[in-house]
Write a protein that binds this ligand. Structure first.
Ligand SMILES: [Fe+2]
Ligand SMILES: [Fe+2]
Length: 301
């Protein structure tokens, strides 16, 4: 076995690590708009030489707005997926049922927390930032795929958040402490989710032929392509918001758009694709699945 995860131990760790919304952000708290919100390893705004430091910081904050919205969207499809996965076997293993429902309840809490951060963002930011959606339509498109493909996407996302927190402490320069705390608290609970996702993928992959797994990987790429299109559209919305704040059109908008789309690809797809634990699950599922995803990973770097 390539891991020692089980429902009983994961539930126990989850219950120990749990926090409340107010531990991360109270409703009356304000974000510090004199600082960056996102680690540079994800936002890549300091690399944009045609923007001055003020403009780079504004774009960094817009990229944090994107972070809140994208996580809102993905957690909204994780929640029904978990309930559907738990429902057919509510009488079997008590630890499994409790671990999955606790996982679902934590994702509902995360959705709530991301909304609270979003409200704080809107209160302090000078213009409205547009967001792709609606999230119900994005969720429905993802969830119409093979559950194994969806489970792999979710597994990738959960390992990804581990990478994000590490990035935020590694190159924190001058990050808003509340955003840092958001990454940290999300990381704490997502670490347990990623273990449960691993068990879900193991269960959904069991007994599948090589051809069936291959088709699930096709669908994994379909979902990835769909999300990537959304990220490209979102990058354009982000630049619209930046232009509104700074009061001028960007001369090199196309280059910035491509660079920011690439930053989002790494943040929301690539950083999960190359995670060792994700790769270990793929390798156990099928050597060919692991190979196909490793071949695609550089596109999202
Ligand atoms: Fe979450
Ligand atoms: Fe999660």
């Amino acid at each position: 076995m390539y891991h020692d995860f089980n429902y009983e131990a994961t539930l126990a760790s989850s219950l120990r690590a749990q926090w409340q919304l107010d531990d991360v952000l109270r409703e009356d708290q304000a974000l510090d708009f004199s600082r960056n919100f996102m680690p540079e390893s994800l936002a890549r705004t300091a690399a944009l030489g045609s923007l001055n430091p003020f403009e780079q910081r504004i774009l960094n904050q817009i990229s944090a707005h994107q972070y809140l919205c994208i996580f809102g969207v993905v957690e909204e499809f994780i929640l029904p997926f978990l309930l559907d996965h738990a429902r057919p076997a509510l009488r079997d293993d008590d630890y499994r049922v409790r671990a999955l429902l606790n996982f679902a309840s934590e994702e509902a809490k995360h959705i709530h927390l991301f909304k609270r951060f979003h409200e704080a963002f809107v209160r302090g930011f000078p213009v409205e930032c547009q967001m792709i959606g609606p999230s119900e339509a994005i969720g429905a498109e993802v969830l119409r795929h093979d559950p194994l493909a969806v489970a792999l996407v979710i597994l990738m996302i959960e390992w990804m958040t581990q990478q994000h927190y590490l990035g935020s402490i590694r190159d924190d320069g001058d990050l808003d402490p509340l955003f840092k705390s958001l990454m940290k608290h999300h990381w704490m609970e997502e670490a347990q989710h990623a273990k449960l996702d691993t068990l879900i993928v193991d269960a959904l992959g069991e007994g599948r032929s090589e051809a069936e797994i291959d088709r699930a990987i096709d669908e994994f790429f379909e979902i990835g392509g769909f999300l990537d299109e959304g990220l490209k559209q979102q990058a354009a919305f982000n630049l619209d918001a930046l232009e509104k704040v700074i009061g001028r059109k960007l001369d090199d908008r196309d280059e910035i758009l491509a660079q920011q789309h690439q930053a989002a690809r790494w943040t929301y797809i690539g950083s999960g694709m190359v995670h060792d634990r994700f790769k270990a699950t793929l390798a156990t599922l099928s050597a060919r699945a692991a190979e196909r995803i490793a071949e695609a990973a550089p596109v999202f770097a």
